[in-house]
Design a protein around this ligand. Sequence first.
Ligand SMILES: [Zn+2]
Length: 457
Amino acid sequence: MRPTDKLLRLASGSRLLFGTTRASRIISVSALFFAVCAFGAVGVAPMAPDASDLPVKKIKEELALPALDDQVAALEANDQQFIREATFKSSEPLASFLQRIGVDDDEASQFIKSDNIARSMLQFRADKTVAVKTDDEGELLWLQTTVSDGPDKPVRNITISRDKNGKLTSSDTTANLERRIEMASAYIRTSFYQATDDANIATSIAQQVNTMFETNVDYRRLQKGDYFNIVYESFWQNGERVRTGRVLAGEFSNSGKLYQAAWFEETGGKGGYYTFDGKSLKKAFLKSPIEFTRVSSGFSMRVHPISGQWKQHKGVDFAAATGTPIRASADGVIESVGPSGGYGNLVVIKHWNGYSTAYAHMSRFAAGIHKGMKVSQSDVIGYVGTTGWSTGPHLHYEFRVNNEARDPMSINMTEAAPLATAEMNRFKGFAGDMIHRFNLMHPERMAEVMRLATKRS
Ligand SMILES: [Zn+2]
């Protein structure tokens, strides 16, 4: 089979998934092309460490030795200079970093703290790669790093250099970034954040994955063998990853069930995550009103006996420390706030379609929460406590349909209205590309696509 035959065959297979119009076929072929290119990176990308963590390779080369006299003369003529590169951790004091990177220069250290431009390398609390050039005494000759005020702000190159007269100067220029699309996979062995750390996935990306599936997955109840695959943007300069961008699409397998979502911006609207059939995940309910953080992941896998179980008393109990924030599980209006018998401090939120949610035993309510107030999904409404009939700090959570309690874990809440037709067609083109990428990460799924394609022809 010629490679082109194979491509066409694959493309016709992919057409089964994406629809049968000519336009979608063209999209499929280009999607495949992307996916094939991306596939080369699959083996590498999940394992690829953050560029800033890569060890600097030292290459040793045998050189013919010039006469000793010449060497001494050369050393005296040219001072030795060193170039080093290291990650400046957001938590690290400047003095310790400079020492670590071999800069022994009080003037430079003072300059970084006082110069308006140079100081920006201290201001934005994110890890950054810093390159320096020093002489053999540790005097700074040159320093270069990139900074950004935030994920959507432009990235700038900050350079400090010592001029001929020995005076330090700084410059600030816009970085010329190249956008790349990367893929990554992570397998859950102990906890979510352990898995993302093992796979060298940046924290900002891990947090987005967390957010995109929190209406499908309770991260405190993951199981060994759960996994996810993601496609995300990253921005590079001079062969170095400067920062990561948005997670464009992802799939999460939880207890054998696969959830898939892609980022999409409706024309003129704010973006959000949608299932591959075009339903907004924002319109669903959170699986856990308790936020899942790096801290909570520490004890995530040994599920507390009362955590997340549907009880005879028609609610779900989430064990958490007193004071842990409780979030509205979906958009709605506060129906009631106040003490309520055995429930202790209780908040009830009214949503759409006769759905409502109740949050009990709170130690206190969020400041300003009152009846009739509009809340958005994930807004903090109160804090975990043990008021009312409760034996220890936990959140008692009820999900009600027409005032009747139902097990939220058993209800598929992605029932929001799908995208309008025109938007849906645009979305399907993008989602098709993403589905194909994910299929390529699963040989067994690809085999199925091939089998269907063969059967058809
Ligand atoms: Zn309960």
